[in-house]
Design a protein around this ligand. Structure first.
Ligand code: NAP
Length: 259
């Protein structure tokens, strides 16, 4: 098993990609500590993991709230004493053109997608430094690199995660910490991905068929990432073999956003 006896923290793991990462990490032998705002859904994810023989700690935490993040970190460290892998996955996406986006919506995008990752990483990095090793993965988006309409706050926040990745990589790389960002393209099987499809259908395409006829050829492979494809990548980043990729922001969209 790739993550035997590791302790992993995954934020935004009540559903979608985060829940899938938690399940995979647990199946690879890690004890997983999962956070999100919906305790009932977190408990369901944890129960599923435990039913498969895994170890899970589920705690309600709004990752944009510093006090809740500190309480979550205390619960994790009181139980496990260390964290080997941190996946900053929690995120939210609200739509609106630049002029439509209210100050509150812009701020929410920065809080949930960027500031939250700072708060959570700040809470767990000291224990990694004490151990002399640790892996931090940020879930950014290809929206950080490619201009998409109607999500300026989200895109700016995700671009901020790329900068944070590079800064942490140089500040802590010599101290045993590996830092990565993953920039997925559209993952339409999650709630967020579905909301992207719905928004594009409403604003531009008219029908789902028309949306996919436009969107699929944007990738030279003709399709977009599945949840499993991103889970595979994040799992690989959590292993020693990924160390050579330290500091990289990995676009994961089947070539839709070439360098
Ligand atoms: P999703 O289905 O909408 O799930 C988002 C997760 O984040 C949920 O578990 C949600 O749980 C949690 N969350 C949201 N706000 C939170 C908060 N304030 N505090 C704690 N948890 C919070 O999204 P997804 O598609 O799985 O996306 C996962 C990550 O990949 C996100 O960072 C997203 O930006 C990124 N990504 C997604 C796509 C895509 O097309 N789906 C593409 C590129 C990047 P609660 O509601 O229970 O809090």
């Amino acid at each position: 098993m790739l993550l035997q006896d590791k302790v992993a923290v995954i934020t935004g793991a009540s559903r979608g990609l985060g829940a899938a990462i938690a399940r995979r990490f647990a199946s690879e032998g890690a004890a997983v500590c999962i956070a999100a705002r919906d305790q009932a859904r977190l408990d369901e994810v944890a129960a599923g993991i435990e039913a498969q023989g895994g170890v899970a700690l589920a705690k309600r935490c709004d990752v944009a709230d510093a006090r809740q993040v500190e309480a979550f970190a205390k619960t994790v460290l009181d139980r496990f004493g260390r964290v080997d892998v941190l996946v900053n996955n929690a995120g939210a996406l609200a739509f609106g053109s630049f002029l439509e986006e209210s100050d509150a919506q812009w701020q929410e995008m920065l809080d949930v997608n960027l500031n939250s990752s700072r708060l959570v990483t700040r809470a767990f990095l000291p224990c990694m430094l004490e151990a002399g090793s640790g892996k931090v993965v940020f879930l950014s988006s290809n929206a950080a690199k490619k201009g998409f309409p109607n999500d300026s706050g989200y895109s700016v926040a995700k671009a901020g995660l790329m900068a944070l990745t590079r800064v942490l990589a140089v500040e802590y790389g010599t101290k045993g910490i590996d830092v990565f960002a993953v920039l997925p393209g559209l993952i339409d099987a999650t709630d967020m991905g579905e909301s992207v499809v719905e928004d594009h259908v409403k604003r531009f395409a008219g029908t789902r068929k028309a949306f996919y006829e436009w969107a699929n050829p944007l990738s030279p492979k003709g399709h977009h990432p599945t949840v499993e494809s991103i889970v595979d990548l994040v799992t690989f980043l959590a292993t020693p073999a990924a160390q050579v990729l330290h500091g990289q922001c990995l676009t994961a969209d089947y070539g839709m956003t070439p360098y």
